[in-house]
Design a protein around this ligand. Structure first.
Ligand SMILES: Cc1cc2nc3c(=O)[nH]c(=O)nc-3n(C[C@H](O)[C@H](O)[C@H](O)COP(=O)(O)O)c2cc1C
Length: 249
């Protein structure tokens, strides 16, 4: 015998009401958590910049970042600092904004890093020694490996020429193969090398050469092209030319 509570109308009302309540809870949580997610994203980027500067395992990331790192924005074609606020710079959004970026293809530039567009301005990070002089210049870099874009930071000495560190914090390369770009044993090989860099298959024999990852030649080539692009004339080249003349000593 069926009671009134088992009618189809009532069942549907309960289902619809439940869906509505769940939808409201999920939307509310999503909106409420957005600032927290953004703050965590910023903190993550800051800790990667600190790691690139050789400042690891800090307890208070934001405090250390603010004390040790000066964030600036440079105009990519002139290499000059501009007054854009680095804290609001969003590379991903700017890259697809026609007013804020340029297409490499339209400029007739060979897109060796596979990034299609570059922003007209980019943040750079300068880590300071205790006496206020420059310890490292940290450049955001990105480029295609085998499976997708690899995101990292290249840290240079104040001469704008000698490599202090390279780190990749986001990529889609295969763990154990291309994913070894994150292995400190490999990134240590970059230390004290000089630009321009050539990632060779094996047998690196001078200060410009680095042994590629075995079993991951395609990823290694991607890293090579990424570094070449960002340190070249269509990347941070104009900025680095000023650094090499002593702009940040
Ligand atoms: C499942 C799978 C995943 C792979 N992942 C990568 C990778 O992340 N990076 C890479 O360069 N090669 C990767 N390879 C290997 C490439 O296909 C290619 O063989 C390799 O880059 C050649 O490098 P080698 O000359 O050092 O052996 C992968 C191969 C397979 C089958």
């Amino acid at each position: 015998m069926s009671s009134n509570n088992e009618s189809i109308g009532k069942t549907l009302t309960v289902v619809v009401a439940l869906c509505l309540v769940c939808a409201i809870i999920v939307s509310f949580a999503s909106v409420q958590l957005r600032p927290l997610q953004q703050a965590n994203k910023n903190k993550d980027i800051q800790s990667n910049i600190l790691a690139a500067a050789g400042i690891d395992k800090v307890s208070n990331v934001s405090e250390t970042f603010n004390a040790k790192i000066e964030a600036r924005v440079v105009n990519m074609s002139s290499g000059e600092f501009v007054e854009t606020d680095p804290t609001i710079f969003d590379f991903e959004k700017s890259k697809f904004d026609a007013a804020l970026s340029v297409s490499l293809k339209e400029q007739g530039v060979t897109d060796i890093a596979g990034i299609q567009r570059v922003t007209k301005e980019s943040p750079v990070y300068i880590s300071k020694k205790a006496d206020g002089s420059t310890d490292a210049i940290i450049l955001p870099i990105q480029g295609y490996g085998l499976w997708g874009l690899m995101y990292g930071f290249l840290a240079l000495e104040s001469d704008g020429q000698t490599i202090k560190n390279i780190i990749f914090y986001k990529h889609g390369e295969t763990p154990g193969l291309g994913g070894e770009i994150q292995n400190p044993q490999w990134t240590a090989k970059w230390q004290d090398k000089e630009l321009p860099i050539d990632v060779v298959k094996s047998g690196a024999s001078n200060e410009h050469q680095i042994d590629g990852l075995s079993g991951a030649t395609l990823t290694s080539n991607g890293v090579d092209n990424t570094v070449d692009f960002w340190t070249g004339e269509h990347g941070f080249g104009p900025f680095l030319a000023k650094v090499r003349k002593g702009a940040l000593k």
